[in-house]
Ligand binder design. Structure first.
Ligand code: G
Ligand code: G
Ligand code: MN
Ligand code: NA
Length: 255
């Protein structure tokens, strides 16, 4: 079987699941959000990385089904946690550029999962990579605007890797910029990376966006980013992406 056919079966046979990576406020240390990351446990192939199957899903059109699975699971899971009395935080689901091209399907999937889960719309967010956002920026801006009108916030992901024009960036009605982890990795030793992150943080503040640094792996990264004025961090130092039980436990500890 090709990877594409295996993935098709995986979607039907519930081999996919959502893991959650917490996002932490740098000033309070509180968990203030979580990014959902798809996982595929294949009976034949074992754990398959999304880095390998997301491109296949995008080429084959299966990405819609994968994303709809994630939206559905994450909205229901988040509502369930809130109903259990755990702190309410938004869950961010990754979307690919292709889904923005034919956005009606994405918009109706968002409406559907909000209705079926009962989750308040402020607790669902989407992440779009900078490179997808800029590929057809006028269209992406229009879709982000429609999501905003629906009450769903968007973040631009992997920021710094996608050649944004600043004049285009400022037209995006987003709430958040996520600095790509490649800039964070060597932030304490590479003055160029430090300067780039410094500039992104300053620009985000000027545009009144929250800025999240990804790939924070140690205390030195964290201290440096705090010094630069980043708002939030995400990375292995605080937590790897966790299965639902682990994320629930983490939320329960902070209650
Ligand atoms: O979780 P991990 O680092 O293995 O993810 C690898 C890549 O796959 C990352 O670039 C991440 O953005 C992407 N990815 C993970 N989950 C999803 C998802 O649900 N949808 C999309 N479109 N991409 C995802
Ligand atoms: O492209 P995106 O930002 O959505 O990708 C998120 C990916 O980054 C996930 O696959 C996640 O497992 C990975 N990731 C999260 N935190 C860290 C980290 O601190 N270091 C590294 N190397 N990868 C991380
Ligand atoms: Mn992401
Ligand atoms: Na990223």
């Amino acid at each position: 079987l090709s990877l594409q056919n295996r993935l098709r079966r995986a979607v039907e046979n519930a081999e996919l699941s959502a893991h959650y990576q917490p996002q932490v406020d740098l000033s309070t240390g509180a968990v203030i959000g979580m990014e959902a990351l798809v996982r595929w446990q294949s009976p034949e192939l074992g754990m398959v990385s999304p880095a390998d199957f997301i491109p296949v899903a995008e080429e084959s059109g299966l990405i819609d089904a994968v994303c709809e699975f994630m939206l559905d699971v994450c909205a229901h899971q988040n509502k369930e946690w809130q109903d259990q009395g755990l702190p309410a935080i938004p869950v961010a689901v990754n979307v690919s550029g292709r889904q923005f091209q034919y956005a009606r399907r994405l918009l109706s999937a968002c409406e559907r999962v909000l209705a079926t889960s009962g989750l308040d719309r402020r607790w669902l967010e989407l992440e779009l990579t900078e490179s997808s956002a800029m590929r057809d920026a006028d269209n992406a801006i229009a879709v982000v605007q429609q999501l905003k009108e629906m009450g769903i916030g968007c973040a631009i992901d992997d920021f710094g890797t996608g050649y944004s024009s600043l004049s285009v960036l400022k037209r995006f009605p987003i709430q958040k910029l996520k600095i790509d982890r490649s800039f964070v990795m060597d932030i304490t030793t590479d003055p160029n990376d430090a300067a780039i992150v410094d500039a992104i943080v300053a620009m985000a503040k000027a545009l009144k966006l929250k800025v999240v640094a990804e790939g924070v792996e140690n205390q030195e990264h964290l201290d440096f980013l705090r010094g630069l004025g980043a708002d939030q961090i995400q990375g292995y130092f605080f937590s790897r992406p966790l299965p639902a039980d682990g994320m629930r436990q983490l939320l329960a500890e902070g209650r």
